[in-house]
Ligand binder design. Structure first.
Ligand code: DUT
Ligand code: MG
Length: 150
C-alpha cells in the first residue's frame, strides 16, 4: 500500500536508501538513525532518535507500529523505551524512535544504522456501548492464569 512520506533530512533517499521491504515477504521497513554523530548508549540509557521522515497514513483504518529489530534486541539489548511505538493515522510529524539499551554493555548507534522497524497494521476503531449485563461466556471474568498451567 502506498503511503505519503516527507523527507525531512536530505540524507534519506541519497546517503541512505528510502526504506523498503527487504524481502518480498518482509512485514516491516527498517528505520535508520538520522543522527550526525554516533551515540553511545550505556546500559539503561534511552534516547529519542530522529528518522528523518514523516509518514502520513491518513486512513483511520490503519496505524503504524514501531517495533524492535530482533537481532539488536536479542544480541545487544537494544529495544524501545516505549516497548512499542504506536503511530496514529493522523500523525504528520517526524517518526521518532525511543531507543533503549536494556542490556548490560554499552552500544554505539551509528549514523544511518537501522535501529527499529515500522509495520502498517489494520485498525478497528471502537465506540463503547454501555450495557448492564453481557451474554454469559465459559470464561466469564476469569483471567490472569485462571485456566491453569498444564
Ligand atoms: O515511538 C513512537 C511513538 C509515537 N510517535 C508519535 C506518533 C504518534 O501518533 C504520536 C503520539 O503517540 P502516542 O499516542 O503513543 O503518545 P502520547 O504520549 O499519548 O502522546 P499524545 O498525547 O500526543 O497522543 O507520537 C512516534 O513518533 N514514535
Ligand atoms: Mg496518545
Amino acid at each position: 500500500m502506498k503511503l505519503q512520506v516527507k523527507i525531512l533530512d536530505s540524507r534519506i533517499g541519497t546517503t541512505w536508501p528510502l526504506p523498503t521491504h527487504a524481502t518480498a515477504g518482509s512485514a516491516g521497513i527498517d528505520l535508520r538513525a538520522c543522527i550526525d554523530e554516533a551515540i553511545v548508549l550505556n546500559p539503561g540509557d534511552t534516547v529519542l532518535v530522529k528518522t528523518g521522515m514523516a509518514i502520513y497514513i491518513a486512513d483511520p483504518h490503519y496505524a503504524g507500529l514501531i517495533l524492535p529489530r530482533s537481532g539488536l534486541g536479542h544480541k545487544h539489548g537494544i529495544v524501545l523505551g516505549n516497548l512499542v511505538g504506536l503511530i496514529d493515522s493522523d500523525y504528520q510529524g517526524e517518526l521518532m524512535v525511543s531507543v533503549w539499551n536494556r542490556g548490560t554493555t554499552a552500544f554505539t548507534l551509528a549514523p544511518g544504522e537501522r535501529m527499529a522497524q515500522y509495520v502498517l497494521v489494520p485498525v478497528i476503531q471502537t465506540q463503547l456501548e454501555v450495557v448492564n449485563d453481557f451474554e454469559q461466556t465459559e470464561r466469564g471474568s476469569g483471567g490472569f492464569g485462571h485456566t491453569g498451567t498444564a
